[in-house]
Design a binder for this molecule. Structure first.
Ligand SMILES: Cc1ncc(COP(=O)(O)O)c(C=O)c1O
Length: 460
């Protein structure tokens, strides 16, 4: 069922009609999970879809509706769902055992791929997730520098541990979010993205900055773009100050290019955090850095230097099943044009969706870089040319506006009804498995959605 088969239905009517199974599961979830959810970003009114299975660029919900998938496992799936080579590697690993509680060869092959492909990676420490990777990166930076402060950028996401909560979607003044100690947030300095004066001032005012961390293509995978020149500014400032520069490449790693954003922009950070694609789309993550930084985890080196070692256990570090998926995935990325293909689809889909906006006379924009796309719904009614939207000038507006509510929620619903799943941005990450059929479905879904929104008076 789709909005086209229900021409007079509102978007909400159409959604309710096509997703009764999801509604039932969501009802059941209310008495089990807070908000019925396992991840904040799956929140959707009146209820989210419940997915049954997926393949390549598409997935099916429990009611049998098929969606072109731009959620992409939260960005973890550049090869699409169930890539046969990855699945074969995972099945073979499962046959051998899911956890050895021991070292295994696959973790070495995984680390060899990372050190070969990522410019800043001389050594690797595996973690259980991206959040754990940014947590460890910060701890290493503090150990290395003996300093306390962390600089972050408003709107950038680095997972959910205590140092990373203020300034992402709230508390832009740096005050602690619910459940976080003021003593933690006092050691986090927030800066606006691309603000050269602001970051220079921070470095002038604070001599105890251990690390600067950022998403190197911008907050939320380039939704709030970072200018490449700003990366160079950060590299210079951090070098001068003896501060460690951390690129959080949890999304951009092995996606923007084989060597991530750092390879693409020619800026080498001191520490890189990885997860998602780096873990083959399975749970896992990694910190990759110079040897002297990761030496803080090394028993012999720290014993010889008399320094207290940085502590790091983790039940699922380098889990053998994840390692198998990661090796299979990274080998494909290293030896094929996967990243380029996903990037090319990104450029084309943004262009075609913007053509729709121009055709329909709507001053929004579908923007982004590499294999990302973000729909800017222009709440303040600025005079926007969809094809020439400079998102870097609208970062403050994006920060001010909560995601997933108002018209953005309706866009997402319209896209779902017409067979496309995006996240609450509405944004999407693209895989190399997206092809012409998904392109056509997406562009048509967008056109139908825009027209439905006009009918409902959601767009003037
Ligand atoms: C840039 C970035 N860093 C860190 C994380 C946290 O990773 P995880 O969800 O694996 O903890 C994410 C997750 O989306 C992310 O996008």
């Amino acid at each position: 069922m789709s909005a086209t088969t229900l021409p007079n239905a509102t978007l909400l009517d159409a959604y309710l009609a096509m997703t009764p199974g999801s509604a039932r599961l969501s009802d059941r979830a209310q008495s089990l999970l807070p908000s019925g959810l396992a991840h904040d970003s799956r929140q959707f009114d009146p209820y989210p879809i419940y997915v049954d299975h997926a393949l390549g660029p598409v997935k099916w919900d429990v009611d049998g509706n098929k969606y072109v998938d731009y959620f992409g496992g939260h960005g973890a799936l550049i090869l699409g769902h169930n890539h046969p080579t990855v699945m074969k590697a995972v099945h073979a690993a499962l046959e051998k055992g899911t956890h050895f509680g021991a070292c295994h060869e696959m973790e070495l092959r995984w680390a060899e791929l990372i050190t070969r492909m990522v410019p800043s990676a001389e050594r690797v420490r595996f973690t259980g997730s991206g959040t754990e990777a940014t947590l460890m990166a910060l701890r290493l930076a503090r150990a290395q520098t003996g300093r306390s402060k962390l600089v972050r950028f408003r709107g950038h996401f680095h997972g959910w541990h205590d140092h990373m909560t203020s300034g992402h979607t709230s508390h832009f003044d740096g005050t602690p979010t619910s459940g976080v100690l003021a003593g933690i947030s006092d050691n986090v300095l927030l800066c606006d993205p691309n603000d050269v004066e602001g970051i220079t001032r921070i470095f002038n005012d604070h001599k105890d900055i251990a690390a600067v961390i950022l998403e190197p293509t911008g907050g939320n995978f380039g939704k709030m773009p970072i200018l490449p020149s700003f990366l160079h500014v950060l590299r210079d400032l951090t070098k001068q100050a003896g501060t460690l520069l951390i690129f959080d490449e949890v999304v951009t790693g092995f996606r923007v290019s084989r060597g991530g954003a750092q390879q693409e922009f020619g800026v080498t950070p001191d520490i890189t955090t990885l997860a998602k694609i780096a873990a083959g789309g399975l749970p896992g993550g990694a910190v990759a850095a110079r040897k002297d930084v990761l030496d803080w985890l090394d028993f012999k080196v720290t014993k010889a230097s008399g320094q207290e070692r940085v502590y790091h256990p983790g039940t699922f570090n380098a889990n053998p099943v994840t390692a198998a998926a990661a090796v299979a995935t990274l080998e494909i990325i290293e030896s094929t044009d996967i990243c380029d293909r996903a990037n090319a689809f990104g450029a084309e889909v943004r262009q075609k969706m913007n053509d729709v906006l121009v055709d329909e006379g709507v001053k929004w924009s579908v923007h982004g870089s590499f294999s990302g796309m973000h729909i800017y719904t222009n709440p303040e009614g600025a005079d926007i040319d969809p094809h020439n939207f400079q998102a870097e000038h609208f970062i403050q507006k994006m920060i001010d506006k909560p995601r997933g509510v108002g018209v953005t929620g309706k866009v997402r619903m319209g896209m779902l009804i017409n067979g496309v799943d995006m996240n609450s941005g509405p944004s999407g990450t693209i895989s190399a498995s997206h092809g012409p059929e998904e392109m056509a479905t997406t562009v048509e879904a967008f056109r139908t959605t825009i027209r439905a929104l006009k009918r409902e008076g959601a767009i003037g």
